[in-house]
Design a protein around this ligand. Sequence first.
Ligand code: MN
Length: 291
Amino acid sequence: MRKVIANINNNQMHWVGDGFPVRNLFSYDRLGQAISPFLLLDYAAPYPFQPTTEKHGVGSHPHRGFETVTIAYSGEVSHRDSSGGGGTIKTGDVQWMTAASGVVHEEFHSTDFARDGGIFEMVQLWVNLPAKDKMTPPKYQGITADEIPNVTLDDEGSNLRVIAGEYLNQKGAASTYSPVNMWDGVLRAGTTHRFFVPVTHNAMLVILNGEVVVNGDQTVKANSVAVLARDGEADFEVVVNQDAKFLILTGEPLNEPIEGYGPFVMNTQAEIKQAFVDFQSGKFGEIPTEA
Ligand code: MN
């Protein structure tokens, strides 16, 4: 079975803009190549928002060199970007935004969610792009919950959704630039699961809430990620102590230098400097004004 090489817990919340109260569960700053092609995961645990006429979220900001993937668990997020991409994702939906050569975008609670208020819960992941794809045109995939294959794991109500990649021949909904599996779901207390992942992939088990034990000896609590070794083993075992909301992320490592600064992730410092020059000179374009 794959060894757990890091079991990282973070209960420290910080705000991204005024709409996203997140815990950073992993980042390439610390984990680098061990989690390639994944870069970062921010988890906004369930948080109550009061009804408002204000816009909660993050205004206009750029990205280049990677993809942002937003999974809505409760509440709604609206996105608009300079490549003309945009849309609102609702509970269960996924927004897969390929910044690539560069976008300027904004991310706000939807007008409906802001007006009604309610519990907000989401995940945002950053997925790196291979060097050869970093300067391709931006792309936007708005994936609705009904497009994501759902696999039943047992009779207790445990399930797994194939957001990207595949699980037991079920193909995921998103298209990706490098081989990636992104599965999420719920594991019921008292159940045991054995997951198989490609031996050539890096792999992580993210526990958003609940509690599990991996491979008999690693207790993984809420707001945690277990990073698994790429040690030639294919499988790992999960015993569920408390109902758990999870993500399994696996991917073929890119094996390329990672040079990141703020909203840009490239391969060299020169490319980062160029990203600032291009952004400041307006080359990323502008968010279209609302009709
Ligand atoms: Mn963004």
